[in-house]
Design a protein around this ligand. Structure first.
Ligand code: B12
Length: 214
């Protein structure tokens, strides 16, 4: 039953049918909160397909924008049901999407997982400048700073933020974790990040390990 609903969720999003997508999300959640994670995966799979359709020129910007809007509403329904399983305060994590980049669905999923694992989150939003990241690191003295980046043209900002932390004298006390479709593990290490996370669950596991190593 759930598989059918997940297929309906994927299919409706790809047909850009908002009502049917949200209805499928609600039906998945009615099967139990434990299915929320599968729901997120279905939305992400559909968005991957959307990205390819856009890249190949089969879909245009209007369709990309609308698919993003539907996905956002679907994630808003699913997020409260995600759980990474912990209840104590593990530390603060400052999170934002780098300058020039407005994509925030993946960042928000990471935030949901990290919060439910017990981390305090300072969400700087999207299009965050080097100065804003550095200021937040100084002000909140976090365990970690997380950056999201989906646009190749914005990836250079990650190295600049790390230099900014260095200049302000906070690089040594803050771990840096990055994620998003424009990045790779290799790139992350080249620019001096401590870790790259291919997904929110892995990212939460990494910061949890850091919090235990303090
Ligand atoms: C939805 C979407 C949009 C929506 C965004 C809505 C929103 N509120 O985020 C809208 C329509 C606004 C949009 C706009 C644009 N987009 Co767009 N978009 C996408 C799309 C289809 C899906 C992205 C997404 O949300 N995926 C689902 C989430 C859940 O996955 P995720 O972000 O990867 O996150 C997961 C992990 O990466 C990780 N993660 C992510 N961040 C972080 C951070 C940390 C700290 C950690 C630990 C983990 C982590 O955890 C997440 C969950 O597991 C992608 C295609 C794709 N396959 O990525 C294109 C894509 C990213 N967009 C693209 C482009 C080109 C654009 C535009 C430039 C289009 C235009 N011509 O205007 C604009 C840019 C606007 C801007 N300045 O940012 C290109 C980028 C190409 C490139 N390599 O640079 C892509 C790849 C499409 C393509 N194939 O061409 N887009």
């Amino acid at each position: 039953m759930t598989d059918e609903l997940l297929e309906k969720l994927r299919g409706s999003l790809l047909e850009l049918d908002k009502e049917a997508t949200l209805e499928a999300v609600r039906a998945v959640l009615q099967e139990g909160s434990a299915h929320a994670e599968a729901g997120v995966r279905a939305v992400t799979d559909a968005l991957d397909r959307v990205g390819r359709l856009f890249q190949e020129g089969d879909w245009f910007l209007g369709e990309l924008v609308y698919a993003g809007e539907i996905a956002k509403q679907a994630m808003e329904l699913l997020s409260p049901h995600l759980s990474a399983g912990a209840d104590k305060r593990l530390g603060t994590v400052v999170v934002g999407t780098v300058q020039g980049d407005m994509h925030d669905l993946g960042k928000n999923i990471f935030i949901t997982y990290a919060q439910s694992a017990g981390f305090e989150i300072v969400d700087l939003g999207t299009d965050v400048t080097v100065e804003q990241f550095a200021e937040a690191a100084l002000e909140h003295q976090p365990l970690a700073l997380g950056m999201s980046c989906l646009l190749t043209v914005s990836a250079g900002a990650i190295g600049r933020v790390i230099e900014g932390l260095d200049r302000r004298g906070v690089r040594e006390s803050v771990k840096v974790i990055v994620g998003g479709a424009a990045l790779t593990e290799e790139f992350a290490h080249e620019v001096g990040a401590d870790a790259f996370a291919p997904d929110a669950v892995t990212g939460t596991g990494i910061i949890r390990a850091w919090s235990q190593g303090r």
